[in-house]
Design a binder for this molecule. Structure first.
Ligand code: PEP
Ligand code: MN
Length: 364
């Protein structure tokens, strides 16, 4: 897929890592929008954001000021010299945004999830030269996310970037939306696209924002989208996760940005050497596991000959206890080693069952 990188979007964006998109969750009033944007611009934001049309879970919540808010963002852009971005969810939003010279559009998670909406927006943009950032769909579906990029590619949009905002889960966890980092990593592997992480919607609170933002940097994401409001506690949407422009600035300055690779030969050599050692160790671990399985099968055969059940609970409990004590003395987490042993044990039982029943081992 042909993708034009952010540095070639011709919007004068400073692309030193991280490229930061910031501004309030929603444009509420002219004053709040402009003050929040001026605040984050002073703290180093590169692109200004504000939600104009808000996709709310239940009716009755604040659903955005609508097109009335677009000139407010435009004023913020004029005062700061920064490009602006808004979320569009249908063709009407696209026309309003284009009429008001919005520089970059983004698709929200609730839009990416729906191919009809994505198609409608893509068609509304046929022949228009504008960058589009696409958030992951609400559910962890890599193909659905990829499909959205393909729909824009088909209408000739090449200025594309991805925003990772986490995935909904029915269970209450530490995160509002689970990061499931393997999915954005897979997307980048398939599309070679620049990744922006949105810690605000992943966390749903302020507590974990820095941790998630740093993780995104460690995984070599290009940018961050962080919601910031001049008076976050009074925000009309997403109050719990928004930070003041000052706190936003502090967070950005605290990030440790590492090089994606190093030109330093000594470093590269020593990295190669260490990776070589890891390769060796992995090979040995696999050989040991294979040996352990041979013995387990042998035991299976003997149990069969003596007509003894496969699982002896007391023996298994002793193994778990003894190994986890030992692993702790080696500085390994008990939980990790327990999980590892349980997997090994499951495989031993599977192999022994096959012997007992004289069936062929099913492939898993
Ligand atoms: C937002 O960015 O304010 C928003 C609604 O995000 P998401 O689509 O990730 O829920
Ligand atoms: Mn929000």
């Amino acid at each position: 897929m042909e993708i034009t990188k952010i540095k070639d979007w011709n919007l004068g964006i400073n692309t030193t890592k991280p490229i930061v998109v910031s501004g309030p969750c929603s444009a509420e009033t002219e004053e709040q929008t402009i003050q929040s944007c001026l605040g984050v611009a002073a703290q180093g934001a590169n692109i200004l954001r504000a939600g104009i049309w808000k996709p709310r879970t239940r009716p009755g919540s604040f659903e955005g000021v609508g097109r009335e808010g677009l000139p407010w963002l435009k004023t913020a852009s004029r005062l700061t010299g920064l490009p602006i971005t808004v979320e569009v969810a249908n063709a009407r939003h696209v026309y309003e945004a284009l009429k008001n010279q919005v520089d970059i559009l983004w698709l929200g998670a609730r839009t990416t999830v729906n191919p009809f909406s994505v198609q409608e927006i893509a068609e509304a943009l046929k022949g228009v030269d504008i960058p589009v950032m696409i958030k992951n769909p609400i559910n962890p579906d890599l193909k659905l996310w990829m499909g959205a990029f393909e729909r824009f590619e088909k209408v000739g949009i090449t200025k594309l970037a991805a925003i990772h905002r986490g995935f909904a889960s029915y269970h209450n966890t530490e995160y509002r939306n689970q990061p499931q980092w393997e999915i954005p990593i897979e997307l980048r592997r398939h599309l070679d696209i620049e990744m922006v992480c949105d810690p605000s919607h992943i966390c749903g609170n302020r507590k974990n924002l820095f941790k998630v933002a740093q993780k995104a940097m460690d995984l070599n994401f290009e940018g961050l989208m962080i919601e910031s409001h001049i008076t976050p506690d009074e925000a009309w949407s997403d109050a719990a996760q928004q930070v003041t422009p000052e706190n936003f600035g502090e967070l950005i300055r605290k990030l440790v940005i590492r090089d994606s690779d190093s030109k330093n030969a000594t470093f590269n050599n020593s990295l190669d050497e260490l990776r070589h050692q890891i390769d060796e160790i992995d090979e040995q671990i696999i050989q040991f596991i294979a040996k352990r399985m041979d013995i387990a099968r042998e035991i299976g055969q003997q149990k069969k000959d003596s007509n003894i059940a496969i699982l002896q609970m007391s023996r298994w409990e002793k193994v778990l206890k003894q190994r986890s004590d030992y692993s702790e003395s080696k500085g390994l987490s008990k939980k990790f080693v327990k999980g590892y042993l349980q997997e090994i044990h499951k495989e031993s039982i599977r192999q022994q069952t096959a012997i007992m029943n004289e069936t062929e081992l099913e492939k898993v």
